[in-house]
Design a protein around this ligand. Sequence first.
Ligand code: AMX
Length: 433
Amino acid sequence: MALKDVLKEKIDAHRPRTTRLAKEHGDVKLGEVTIAQAIGGARGVRCLVTDISYLDPNEGIRFRGMTIPEAMAALPKPAGKDYPYVEAHWYLLLTGDVPTAAQVEEVIAAFKANAKPPQYVIDVLRTMPRDTHPMTMFSTAILCMQRESKFAKFYADGFNKMTAWEPTLDDATELMAKLPAIAAYIYRLKYKDDSPIEPNLDLDLGGNFAHMMGIDPPYDDVARMYFILHSDHESGNASAHTTHLVGSTLSDAYYALSGGMNALAGPLHGLANQEVLRWIQGVYDKMGGKVPTKEDLHKFLWETLKSGQVIPGYGHAVLRKTDPRYASQREYCLKHLPNDELFQVVSNIYEIAPDILREHGKAKNPWPNVDAQSGVIQWYYGLKEYDFYTVLFGVGRALGVLSNLVWDRALGYALERPKSLTTAMLEEQAGIK
Ligand code: AMX
């Protein structure tokens, strides 16, 4: 059965569950909201719904119920490769099913048919000043393709709530197909003197991305691993939530994803992976180029904290243990680059940072998140332009937020509109005279 038909069946089966919950059990309380939560970024407020992934504070992310190792083991892989097809993961996120080989082929074909970005995207990127941040270029490229939106045409031609997910799926597929080429072009434009590499459509998404970046295998497996690991982290993180919020106005996937990428570009979110490398380079500079010892790192970590900065790559809003996405990348490093100098530095930080953060006493989670490790692998394969790292995160994150957007439209999730209060109202509620 074709992906769209599988999805239709799943959506038809799911809709009555959502309708019943809202209509018959709408009064059931999911929790209370405190003043601390209203001021503190709605941390922990239970008011979003997604079935695509769930983040357990102690266990980490599950994609459609599967842990990272389970998903990596279950999803089909290209012949001779260690990591699954990104296309297979897309299928899993959308449908909840591990695809068969034929089902993966269907996604591969759909991505290939839509892989080439329109020439005007290349032209727009070329006219931007070369020192523009690659995330600005990435978000601009996505936004300027909005004229392609099938959903926007569908809305203009007469909106139908029951079928709105179909043009959303078309938009999501077309976007997902083009993002690797757009990202690779931004890289070649900015750092390789505008020397694009033509796609090789005999390759899968991960393989073709590595090829367009101009980096040899096993970087193709790194791309597959990286995109899958970064794909989804339930709904409340800033990039996922922004995409969902923008989409809730019935603006299309192009507007919504561009918004989500702008959220990802913040240093407390996706930009942290560039910050980790920048911070480590700062240690090297301070040491006059010498590899820092554990003692040097100890000193530098405390200096960072005492100057009021955060340790990039550590802490998390929900997680309360080492991020399994960190662990997964560490495992890759132990296999492929155990003696790499930068990996050793990052490992040394891992040995001392949690104790220092505990002693510092602020961060609720002293353990590393996904970003503490990801730059090391990119650096090792020659991708040293670390301000590009968030774009890689963005290609991966698009898998999750676009899958969510399809389901948002399928289940008719409403326009988001939480209520705000004034400070005086909070004071009154708190009994402050
Ligand atoms: N270093 C130093 N202080 C930290 C810290 C860290 N790594 N993580 C948290 N803290 C501090 C916070 O700044 C906050 O201080 P404040 O009370 O003075 O404002 C206090 O600890 C409590 O914060 P928290 O509840 O533990 O975290 P949070 O939910 O507010 O924020 C996060 C989560 C990730 C933004 C934060 O841990 C952080 O800034 N980490 C460093 C940046 C980073 O790695 N971001 C990437 C996150 C993953 C991703 O999205 N890519």
